[in-house]
Design a protein around this ligand. Structure first.
Ligand code: FES
Length: 227
Protein backbone atom coordinates (compact mmCIF):
# COMPACT_ATOMS: atom_id res chain seq x y z
CA UNK A 1 0.00 0.00 0.00
CA UNK A 2 1.24 3.46 -0.80
CA UNK A 3 -0.16 6.83 0.14
CA UNK A 4 -3.10 8.09 -1.89
CA UNK A 5 -2.02 10.93 -4.21
CA UNK A 6 -3.72 13.64 -2.16
CA UNK A 7 -2.20 12.33 1.09
CA UNK A 8 1.20 12.07 -0.52
CA UNK A 9 0.94 15.65 -1.83
CA UNK A 10 0.00 16.95 1.62
CA UNK A 11 2.82 15.04 3.30
CA UNK A 12 5.32 16.29 0.74
CA UNK A 13 4.33 19.91 1.37
CA UNK A 14 4.79 19.45 5.11
CA UNK A 15 8.02 17.47 4.68
CA UNK A 16 9.56 20.16 2.47
CA UNK A 17 8.75 22.79 5.08
CA UNK A 18 10.41 20.69 7.78
CA UNK A 19 13.46 19.91 5.66
CA UNK A 20 13.88 23.60 4.89
CA UNK A 21 14.53 24.27 8.58
CA UNK A 22 17.77 22.26 8.59
CA UNK A 23 21.13 22.80 6.91
CA UNK A 24 21.15 19.21 5.63
CA UNK A 25 18.04 17.18 4.71
CA UNK A 26 19.02 14.11 6.74
CA UNK A 27 18.86 16.23 9.92
CA UNK A 28 15.09 16.35 9.44
CA UNK A 29 14.60 12.61 9.96
CA UNK A 30 13.27 12.77 13.53
CA UNK A 31 10.50 15.31 12.81
CA UNK A 32 9.66 13.54 9.56
CA UNK A 33 9.11 10.31 11.47
CA UNK A 34 6.71 12.19 13.74
CA UNK A 35 5.00 13.56 10.64
CA UNK A 36 4.28 10.12 9.19
CA UNK A 37 3.24 8.98 12.66
CA UNK A 38 0.71 11.82 12.73
CA UNK A 39 -0.69 10.52 9.44
CA UNK A 40 -0.74 6.80 10.13
CA UNK A 41 -0.86 6.60 13.92
CA UNK A 42 2.51 4.83 13.88
CA UNK A 43 5.67 4.72 11.80
CA UNK A 44 4.36 2.58 8.98
CA UNK A 45 6.34 0.89 6.25
CA UNK A 46 5.02 3.48 3.80
CA UNK A 47 6.06 6.20 6.19
CA UNK A 48 9.58 4.88 6.44
CA UNK A 49 9.86 4.70 2.65
CA UNK A 50 8.50 8.24 2.37
CA UNK A 51 11.13 9.53 4.83
CA UNK A 52 13.93 7.72 3.00
CA UNK A 53 12.82 9.12 -0.34
CA UNK A 54 12.41 12.69 0.90
CA UNK A 55 15.76 12.72 2.68
CA UNK A 56 17.91 10.72 0.27
CA UNK A 57 18.53 8.02 2.87
CA UNK A 58 18.39 4.26 2.60
CA UNK A 59 15.42 2.52 4.16
CA UNK A 60 17.85 0.78 6.53
CA UNK A 61 19.05 4.16 7.83
CA UNK A 62 15.48 5.26 8.47
CA UNK A 63 14.52 1.97 10.14
CA UNK A 64 17.65 2.13 12.30
CA UNK A 65 16.50 5.45 13.77
CA UNK A 66 12.79 4.61 13.96
CA UNK A 67 13.49 1.44 15.93
CA UNK A 68 15.88 3.15 18.37
CA UNK A 69 13.48 5.63 19.94
CA UNK A 70 10.47 4.43 21.88
CA UNK A 71 8.37 7.48 20.92
CA UNK A 72 8.11 5.99 17.43
CA UNK A 73 5.50 3.25 17.41
CA UNK A 74 6.01 0.15 15.28
CA UNK A 75 2.33 -0.78 15.19
CA UNK A 76 -0.87 1.30 15.24
CA UNK A 77 -1.08 3.15 18.54
CA UNK A 78 -4.20 4.02 20.46
CA UNK A 79 -5.76 7.45 20.49
CA UNK A 80 -4.13 7.98 23.87
CA UNK A 81 -0.65 6.76 24.71
CA UNK A 82 -0.86 6.25 28.46
CA UNK A 83 2.52 5.94 30.13
CA UNK A 84 3.18 5.00 33.72
CA UNK A 85 6.59 5.91 35.09
CA UNK A 86 8.15 2.84 36.67
CA UNK A 87 11.61 4.34 37.17
CA UNK A 88 13.11 4.11 40.66
CA UNK A 89 11.50 7.07 42.44
CA UNK A 90 8.05 6.74 40.89
CA UNK A 91 8.19 2.98 41.37
CA UNK A 92 8.73 3.19 45.12
CA UNK A 93 6.18 6.01 45.42
CA UNK A 94 3.51 3.78 43.89
CA UNK A 95 4.27 3.63 40.15
CA UNK A 96 4.74 -0.14 40.15
CA UNK A 97 1.40 -0.60 41.89
CA UNK A 98 -0.31 1.78 39.46
CA UNK A 99 1.15 -0.11 36.52
CA UNK A 100 -0.01 -3.50 37.76
CA UNK A 101 -3.53 -2.38 38.64
CA UNK A 102 -3.96 -0.28 35.48
CA UNK A 103 -2.71 -3.04 33.21
CA UNK A 104 -5.14 -5.47 34.81
CA UNK A 105 -7.96 -2.90 34.62
CA UNK A 106 -7.66 -2.31 30.86
CA UNK A 107 -6.50 -5.84 30.03
CA UNK A 108 -3.39 -4.96 28.04
CA UNK A 109 0.32 -4.96 28.78
CA UNK A 110 3.28 -2.83 27.76
CA UNK A 111 3.02 -1.40 24.25
CA UNK A 112 -0.35 -3.02 23.73
CA UNK A 113 -3.59 -1.32 22.71
CA UNK A 114 -7.13 -1.84 23.94
CA UNK A 115 -9.53 -3.43 21.45
CA UNK A 116 -11.47 -0.14 21.11
CA UNK A 117 -8.28 1.52 19.85
CA UNK A 118 -8.40 4.14 22.61
CA UNK A 119 -5.54 3.31 24.96
CA UNK A 120 -1.99 2.14 24.41
CA UNK A 121 -0.28 1.34 27.68
CA UNK A 122 3.42 1.94 28.11
CA UNK A 123 5.90 1.56 30.93
CA UNK A 124 7.90 4.77 30.95
CA UNK A 125 11.30 5.54 32.33
CA UNK A 126 11.93 8.81 34.20
CA UNK A 127 9.93 11.73 32.81
CA UNK A 128 12.04 14.31 34.67
CA UNK A 129 9.04 15.02 36.88
CA UNK A 130 10.20 13.08 39.94
CA UNK A 131 9.06 15.84 42.31
CA UNK A 132 5.48 14.89 41.38
CA UNK A 133 5.95 11.13 41.71
CA UNK A 134 4.25 8.90 40.89
CA UNK A 135 3.77 10.40 37.46
CA UNK A 136 1.84 9.34 34.39
CA UNK A 137 1.92 10.86 30.93
CA UNK A 138 -0.81 10.82 28.33
CA UNK A 139 0.37 11.81 24.87
CA UNK A 140 3.34 13.44 26.63
CA UNK A 141 1.29 15.61 28.97
CA UNK A 142 1.82 15.28 32.71
CA UNK A 143 -0.54 13.71 35.22
CA UNK A 144 1.09 14.23 38.60
CA UNK A 145 0.79 12.49 41.97
CA UNK A 146 -1.25 9.59 40.68
CA UNK A 147 -2.80 6.67 42.53
CA UNK A 148 -4.22 3.38 41.22
CA UNK A 149 -7.73 4.85 41.60
CA UNK A 150 -6.93 8.11 39.77
CA UNK A 151 -5.18 6.14 37.02
CA UNK A 152 -8.21 3.89 36.50
CA UNK A 153 -10.49 6.93 36.47
CA UNK A 154 -8.24 8.64 33.92
CA UNK A 155 -8.34 5.80 31.40
CA UNK A 156 -12.06 5.23 31.97
CA UNK A 157 -12.71 8.92 31.21
CA UNK A 158 -10.56 8.77 28.10
CA UNK A 159 -12.33 5.68 26.83
CA UNK A 160 -15.73 7.28 27.44
CA UNK A 161 -14.68 10.37 25.50
CA UNK A 162 -14.85 12.71 28.48
CA UNK A 163 -12.75 15.85 28.39
CA UNK A 164 -9.59 15.30 30.39
CA UNK A 165 -7.06 17.97 31.37
CA UNK A 166 -3.44 17.32 32.36
CA UNK A 167 -2.21 18.45 35.77
CA UNK A 168 0.09 20.96 34.10
CA UNK A 169 0.20 22.32 30.58
CA UNK A 170 -2.72 22.78 28.19
CA UNK A 171 -6.36 22.76 29.24
CA UNK A 172 -7.20 19.79 27.05
CA UNK A 173 -5.49 16.66 25.80
CA UNK A 174 -4.83 16.21 22.12
CA UNK A 175 -4.83 12.82 20.43
CA UNK A 176 -1.70 10.80 19.74
CA UNK A 177 -1.79 11.81 16.08
CA UNK A 178 -2.24 15.47 16.97
CA UNK A 179 0.65 15.28 19.44
CA UNK A 180 2.81 13.67 16.75
CA UNK A 181 2.09 16.55 14.40
CA UNK A 182 3.21 19.03 17.06
CA UNK A 183 6.40 17.02 17.54
CA UNK A 184 6.91 17.15 13.77
CA UNK A 185 7.16 20.91 14.17
CA UNK A 186 3.65 22.20 13.55
CA UNK A 187 2.55 23.86 16.83
CA UNK A 188 -1.10 23.66 17.88
CA UNK A 189 -0.86 26.83 19.96
CA UNK A 190 -1.32 24.97 23.27
CA UNK A 191 2.34 24.83 24.35
CA UNK A 192 2.17 27.99 26.42
CA UNK A 193 -1.03 27.07 28.26
CA UNK A 194 -1.08 26.32 31.98
CA UNK A 195 1.75 26.26 34.49
CA UNK A 196 4.92 24.48 33.35
CA UNK A 197 6.48 24.52 36.82
CA UNK A 198 4.72 24.56 40.16
CA UNK A 199 4.70 23.32 43.73
CA UNK A 200 7.70 21.21 44.66
CA UNK A 201 9.62 22.18 41.49
CA UNK A 202 9.80 25.74 42.79
CA UNK A 203 10.41 24.94 46.47
CA UNK A 204 14.17 25.47 46.23
CA UNK A 205 13.63 28.87 44.65
CA UNK A 206 11.14 29.81 47.36
CA UNK A 207 13.59 28.84 50.12
CA UNK A 208 16.45 30.71 48.44
CA UNK A 209 14.38 33.87 48.18
CA UNK A 210 13.13 33.58 51.77
CA UNK A 211 16.70 33.23 53.05
CA UNK A 212 18.29 35.77 50.73
CA UNK A 213 20.49 33.09 49.15
CA UNK A 214 22.04 33.84 45.81
CA UNK A 215 23.74 31.61 43.28
CA UNK A 216 27.54 31.96 43.26
CA UNK A 217 28.80 34.34 40.59
CA UNK A 218 30.40 32.57 37.62
CA UNK A 219 34.03 31.71 38.46
CA UNK A 220 33.60 32.47 42.20
CA UNK A 221 34.15 28.85 43.22
CA UNK A 222 37.40 28.58 41.28
CA UNK A 223 38.69 31.84 42.74
CA UNK A 224 37.72 30.65 46.23
CA UNK A 225 39.60 27.39 45.83
CA UNK A 226 42.80 29.27 44.83
CA UNK A 227 43.08 30.92 48.26
S1 FES B 1 11.26 8.61 38.36
FE1 FES B 1 9.28 9.04 37.54
S2 FES B 1 9.48 11.05 36.77
FE2 FES B 1 11.46 10.60 37.53
Amino acid sequence: MTYAPEVRARLETDAKEIIGRYPRPRSALLPLLHLVQSEDGYVSDDGQEFCAEMLGLSKAEVVGVATFYTMYKRKPAGEYNVGVCINALCAVMGGDQIWEELSEHVGVGHDETTSDGKITLERLECNAACDFAPVMMVNWEFFDNQTPDSARQLVDDLREGKEVAPTRGPSRLCTFREASRVLAGFPDGLAGEGPSAAGPSLEGLRLAKANGWEAPKPGAQERGSEK
